[in-house]
Design a binder for this molecule. Structure first.
Ligand code: UDP
Length: 366
């Protein structure tokens, strides 16, 4: 019997890739289409060597409730027909909740990869997506003991939880092994000096949807760009908001890029003085490429790296101060972080996820 692996966005593809590869022909990859443009989706499937999805739904560009509804609608008929032995979802997107509710409704065992993350910030839709999915899951694969403890505190029994590490560790490590040469070529092509530039990514609604906050953030990046080059691979949502708020002129001091393929992005971040980002995944990745990240958010669901690899900071003068301080101390900081292990575990998380999944399927068959 096949195992349905449901993805919908760039980070889900990245973090599920090794699980899909290990499953081989058993994997039935489904794409919800939550991220629909090629630079955010197709390029990642191809770049990470994944098979074409057996089904691609088209839930992108709709409201949150409609994305969840359309995911359920698309998955129900597929799962009903194919009857997978289990459904695997990863992370905290609308696709994940849609997959979780469908599996639950059809009584197919549900596995949640990256379970137990909590920001305790109910303003974030992702927080609700995580809670709902963890409570529906038959198997919660927690990346750290901290995330396991969050699950236990909510009354999820220990026999439904397995601590695996995060598959991102293997994903970043594989890129770092493979792309050193091409990264140096790219750095040269962009006219950059290793350790002397910053990579920034912004895409969370809390930063993009309020024109005042977005303006402050772009002004902050421009202030930092007076000291060092700031690369900004622009997420389609952010590009759209900047245009509709008439903020394009604020981009002039920055080096704008399209969303980068994974290997190129990781290669650049691993040579940057630090990153500035509101991404969830980059907080984890920073602990593998071992460079600091300034997390431009109100809250984080990844407390394991705060104070070491990651520094939480809202837009405003504090952000510029933090960035300039990090820049001034970059040699020392980079040398210090090089000694620190990642709290997200080793490169074998995907195999541990698969072992736990196989155990679940086996128990169900008995
Ligand atoms: N990423 C990428 N190219 C880019 C920007 C980001 O490959 O131009 C990767 C990044 O390394 C991380 C993931 O995309 O693994 C983060 O995705 P995003 O920030 O969209 O989502 P989040 O992690 O916040 O869920």
């Amino acid at each position: 019997p096949r195992i349905a692996v449901v993805v919908g966005t760039r980070p889900e593809i990245i973090k599920m890739a090794e699980i899909v590869q290990l499953l081989g022909p058993r994997a039935m990859l489904v794409h919800s289409g939550q991220h629909w443009d090629d630079a955010m989706s197709g390029a990642f499937l191809r770049g990470l060597g994944l098979p074409a999805p057996v089904a691609s739904l088209a839930v992108g560009g709709q409201t949150r409730a409609m994305q969840i509804a359309e995911t359920i609608r698309g998955l129900e008929s597929l799962f009903d027909r194919e009857r997978p032995a289990a459904v695997v979802v990863q992370g905290d997107t609308n696709t994940v909740v849609g997959g979780a509710i469908t599996a639950n409704a059809l009584e197919i065992p549900l596995v949640h990869v990256e379970a137990g993350l909590r920001s305790f910030d109910r303003r974030m839709p992702e927080e609700h997506n995580r809670v709902v999915t963890d409570h529906l899951a038959d198997l919660c694969l927690a990346p750290t003991t901290n995330s396991r403890d969050n699950l236990l505190a909510e009354g999820i029994p220990a026999d439904r939880i397995s601590v695996t590490g995060n598959t991102i560790v293997g994903a970043v490590a594989a890129v770092l092994r493979a792309t050193l040469e091409t990264t140096y070529a790219r750095i040269e092509e962009l006219g950059l000096t290793p350790d002397d530039f910053v990579v920034a990514t912004i895409h969370r609604p809390e930063n993009t949807d309020d024109p005042r906050r977005l303006t402050t953030l772009l002004d902050n990046l421009a202030a930092i760009a007076e000291r060092t080059r700031v690369l900004l691979p622009l997420h389609p949502r952010t590009r759209g908001r900047i245009a509709s708020f008439g903020l394009d002129a604020k981009l002039a001091p920055l080096t704008l890029l399209d969303p980068l393929p994974y290997d190129e992005f990781v290669g650049l971040c691993a040579q940057a003085a630090f990153t500035i980002s509101d991404s969830g995944g980059i907080q984890e990745e920073a602990s593998v490429w071992r460079r600091p990240v300034i997390v431009v958010r109100r809250s984080t669901e990844r407390p394991e790296v705060i104070g070491t690899f990651a520094h939480l900071c809202e837009p405003g003068h504090g952000l510029v101060r933090e960035a300039l301080a990090l820049y001034a101390a970059k040699e020392f900081t980079i040398a210090q972080l090089a000694q620190l292990p990642s709290p997200y575990g080793d490169e074998h998380a995907a195999q541990r996820c698969l072992d736990a999944l196989d155990q679940l399927v086996e128990n169900r068959c008995v």
